[in-house]
Design a protein around this ligand. Structure first.
Ligand SMILES: *[C@@H]1O[C@H](CO)[C@@H](O)[C@H](O)[C@H]1NC(C)=O
Ligand SMILES: *[C@@H]1O[C@H](CO)[C@@H](O)[C@H](O)[C@H]1NC(C)=O
Ligand SMILES: *[C@@H]1O[C@H](CO)[C@@H](O)[C@H](O)[C@H]1NC(C)=O
Length: 624
C-alpha cells in the first residue's frame, strides 16, 4: 500500500492529473425494444460528461448519420438536423469512435438536436469510460455545456445496430439508468473528494462552483437525515529518500507524511503544497468537529465562505482568514486546532492518515486518484459536476418511495439565515442583516434597506451609504438626546465614517464624549470671564457690566456697545440728512425749470419766440 502511494506521489508531484490504479467503469443499460431480432438488454458505459438521467429512463429511436459518421464536424455543414418533430421520438445519435474528443462528438450531436449520443467503440475491448480531455488540450470548451446523456457501446453491438438500420428497420431503444446506482435503503451515503486549492484552473473553478450551487440541497438532505455526507481530501507522501529535499519540505507537513502539489506548480513563488495540505486538513477537521456537534452540514458553509473570503489570488489563503470564517460560523476553534495538531511534528496525524487509507479502493469502488470525485453509495458518479445532475444521482440512490421531497420537486425550502444568522454580518439593533436565503443556500450580501444601500464584505461589516443613511439606525453612528438636545455623529458621506459633532470627541460609533471646554482651556479664558461647561457646548459669562461675545471669545463693556449703536445712529442721521438736502435740491431745480417754461409760455402769447411749435403742449400741460 505504501509503495502504491509512493508511486502516486512521484507522479503527482511532477505530473499532476492523469490516471492509474483501479478504475471502475460505471454502466447503465440499453434496452432494444424493436426490431425483434435485436430485442434485449445491452450494457453501455456512462460518459464522464453530459447529464446521465440517474434513476430514470429515456426512449428514442437510433439514427446513424450518412455522413459525418464520427461527428467530429458540426452537422450544420452537412445540413443535417436530428430535432424530432412534435410527437416524434427523440433521436439517439449513433456515431463512431475516433478522430476527435468524445466531448466534441457529444457537442455536435447536441447542437444538431439529438437527445442522446451513443458512441460505438471501434475495437473489441471491455467498455471504457469516455472522459473529458485534459484542460490544456484545448478541446474542452464544450464540456460544461453538454447536457445530453452519452453512452459508449461495444463494437459488436454498434455493428448490429448499424446493420439493422441499413436494412431499413426502425430501432427503438430505451436507455435505462435505474440500476446504475445501488439503492438499498432510505439513506444515501456519498463522498466528495475535493481540494482547498483555488488556483488550478477550470477543474478548481468547477469544484467550487459545484459546492456553492449544491450547498442548499446538500444541507437540507443532511439536516433531514436523508443523506450521510463525508468530504475527503487526497494527500500523498514523500518517499523516504526525499524527505529532506527542498521539494518535500515545501510540499509536505508532518515530516513528509502528507503532501500536496504546489498550487502554481512553481516552488519559488506563491503558496506551497504544504499550505494546501494544512488548509485541506483544516477543512477535514472542521467537518469532524461539526459532525461531532451534530451539524456536519456546516462544512458546506465553511468551504464556500473560505473560497470567497480567503482566495489565493488575494493572498488571503491564510490561517488567520480561515479562523475568522470558522468563528463566524460559531464552530469551536480550539477543537479544530487540536485536530490539526502540529504540522511540523514528526508523527502521524490521525485524520490525514485516515484520509490516505480511504483513498484506496474497496469493493465496487476504485482508487480515488482524480479530483474532484464524487462517490454515491460507494459507486463513482459519472457525468457533469452540476447541481441538477448530481441531485438526480443522489436521488437515484434511495430505495423506491423513500426519496425525500426534494427529489420529487425542485423547490427546496430552507432558511439558513435563521441559525447564527448564517455567519453573516448583522446589526441587531437596526434589524438589518446581510444574510439572504436563496435556493442555492444562503449568501452573505450587504442589503438595501428602505432605499439605503449598504456596502461592505457582507461577513464582517456592512455600512449604509449615500444620503438617507442616517435614517437607518443613525448610520451605525452614535446619537444621544439629553435635556431636549440631540447630537449625532452621522454624516451623509459614509466614506467619512462617523464623526463626533463639534463639542464632542470619541470614535463616533460607540460613543462621543462631551468636551469640557472650560477644563481644556480652549475658550472663555479672558480674565473677566466665568466658564461653565454644558453637554455639547459651554456657557461663558462676564463679570460686572461686561458682555460675552461668543464669536470673538471675548468680553466687551456694555457702554462700548451703546457707543457703537450711537455711531450707527449718527451714520443713519447723516445719511438721512444728505438724502433730504439732495431731495430738496432736486425739488428746487424742478420748480425752477417749471417756472421757466411757464413764463416762456405766457411771454409767447405776447411776442414771437424761436420755438413756438412746442408751445401749445406746454400750455396744455400747465392747464391740467
Ligand atoms: C457555454 O454556456 C455558457 C453559459 O450558457 C456560455 O457563456 C458559453 O459561451 C458556452 N460555451 C460554448 C462553447 O458554447
Ligand atoms: C459523523 O457523525 C455520525 C453520527 O454521529 C457518525 O456515524 C459518522 O461516522 C461521523 N462521520 C465522521 C467522518 O466522523
Ligand atoms: C426584522 O425585519 C424583518 C423583515 O425585514 C421582520 O420580519 C422582523 O419582524 C423584524 N424583527 C424585528 C425584531 O423588528
Amino acid at each position: 500500500m505504501r509503495g502504491k502511494l509512493w508511486l502516486f506521489s512521484i507522479w503527482v508531484l511532477f505530473l499532476w492529473g492523469s490516471c492509474s490504479g483501479r478504475f471502475v467503469v460505471e454502466k447503465n443499460s440499453l434496452k432494444v425494444t424493436s426490431p425483434e431480432a435485436l430485442k434485449g438488454v445491452y450494457e453501455c458505459a456512462i460518459g464522464n460528461f453530459g447529464i446521465p438521467q440517474y434513476g430514470g429512463t429515456m426512449v428514442g429511436i437510433v439514427v446513424y448519420p450518412k455522413s459525418n459518421k464520427k461527428a467530429c464536424k458540426s452537422f450544420d455543414e452537412f445540413d443535417i438536423s436530428f430535432k424530432s418533430k412534435p410527437g416524434g421520438f427523440p433521436t439517439f445519435l449513433l456515431v463512431d469512435r475516433g478522430d476527435c474528443f468524445f466531448t466534441t462528438k457529444a457537442w455536435n450531436a447536441q447542437n444538431a438536436g439529438a437527445a442522446a449520443i451513443l458512441v460505438a467503440d471501434n475495437k473489441v475491448e471491455p467498455l471504457i469510460t469516455m472522459d473529458t480531455p485534459e484542460e490544456d488540450n484545448g478541446g474542452d470548451d464544450h464540456r460544461e455545456n453538454i447536457t445530453i446523456p452519452s453512452a459508449l457501446v461495444s463494437k459488436s453491438f454498434g455493428d448490429s445496430l448499424k446493420k439493422a438500420l441499413e436494412d431499413g428497420d426502425m430501432v427503438n431503444v430505451n436507455l435505462d439508468w435505474r440500476e446504475s446506482l445501488p439503492h438499498p435503503d432510505e439513506r444515501v451515503e456519498y463522498e466528495f473528494w475535493t481540494n482547498s486549492n483555488d488556483e488550478c484552473g477550470p477543474k478548481c473553478d468547477s469544484q467550487i462552483d459545484f459546492v456553492k450551487n449544491f450547498k442548499g440541497a446538500a444541507q437540507i438532505l443532511e439536516q433531514k437525515g436523508y443523506t450521510q455526507f463525508t468530504p475527503h481530501y487526497i494527500t500523498w507522501y514523500c518517499p523516504e529518500a526525499f524527505i529532506l529535499s527542498k521539494q518535500c519540505k515545501s510540499q509536505c507537513i508532518n515530516h513528509g507524511r502528507y503532501c500536496a502539489p504546489d498550487p502554481e506548480q512553481d516552488f519559488s513563488r506563491g503558496y506551497d503544497g504544504k499550505d494546501v495540505v494544512v488548509q485541506n486538513l483544516r477543512q477535514v477537521c472542521l467537518f469532524k468537529v461539526a459532525n461531532e456537534t451534530g451539524k456536519p452540514w456546516l462544512w458546506w458553509d465553511y468551504v464556500t465562505d473560505f473560497a470567497i473570503r480567503c482566495p489565493m489570488k488575494e493572498k488571503k489563503y491564510t490561517k488567520e482568514c480561515a479562523e475568522e470564517v470558522i468563528r463566524s460560523l460559531g464552530v469551536d476553534l480550539r477543537k479544530i486546532n487540536d485536530c490539526i495538531g502540529d504540522p511540523e511534528a514528526d508523527m502521524d496525524n490521525p485524520v490525514l492518515k485516515a484520509e490516505q487509507d480511504a483513498q484506496i479502493g474497496k469493493g465496487s469502488r476504485g482508487d480515488v486518484t482524480i479530483l474532484p470525485t464524487l462517490i454515491i453509495n460507494n459507486r463513482q458518479y459519472r457525468g457533469k459536476l452540476d447541481k441538477g445532475a448530481v441531485l438526480k444521482a443522489i436521488c437515484a440512490g434511495f430505495q423506491e418511495t423513500t426519496e425525500p421531497a426534494v427529489c420529487l420537486s425542485e423547490d427546496i425550502e430552507t432558511n439558513e439565515c435563521l441559525e447564527n444568522n448564517g455567519g453573516c454580518w448583522q446589526d441587531k439593533a437596526a434589524n438589518v442583516t446581510a444574510c439572504k436565503d436563496t435556493f442555492r443556500g444562503r449568501v452573505c450580501e450587504c442589503p438595501v434597506v428602505q432605499g439605503v444601500k449598504f456596502v461592505g464584505d457582507g461577513y464582517t461589516h456592512c455600512e449604509a451609504s449615500g444620503s438617507g443613511r442616517c435614517e437607518i439606525n443613525n448610520g451605525g453612528c452614535w446619537k444621544e438626546t439629553k435635556d431636549g438636545k440631540t447630537y449625532s455623529a452621522c454624516v451623509d458621506d459614509h466614506s467619512k465614517g462617523c464623526k463626533c459633532p463639534p463639542g464632542f470627541k470619541g470614535d463616533g460609533v460607540n460613543s462621543c464624549e462631551d468636551i469640557d471646554e472650560c477644563k481644556e482651556r480652549t475658550v472663555c479664558q479672558c480674565s473677566d470671564c466665568n466658564c461653565k461647561n454644558t453637554w455639547g457646548s459651554y456657557d461663558c459669562s462676564c463679570r460686572g457690566n461686561l458682555l460675552y461675545m461668543r464669536e470673538h471669545d471675548t468680553c466687551i463693556s456694555k457702554e462700548a456697545t451703546t457707543q457703537v449703536s450711537w455711531s450707527f445712529l449718527w451714520v443713519i442721521f447723516l445719511g438721512l440728512g444728505i438724502a433730504g438736502v439732495g431731495g430738496y435740491a432736486i425739488y428746487k431745480y424742478r420748480i425752477r425749470s417749471y417756472m421757466d417754461s411757464e413764463i416762456r409760455a405766457i411771454m409767447a402769447q405776447y411776442m414771437p419766440l424761436d420755438n413756438t411749435a412746442e408751445n401749445p403742449h406746454r400750455i396744455q400741460h400747465a392747464d391740467i
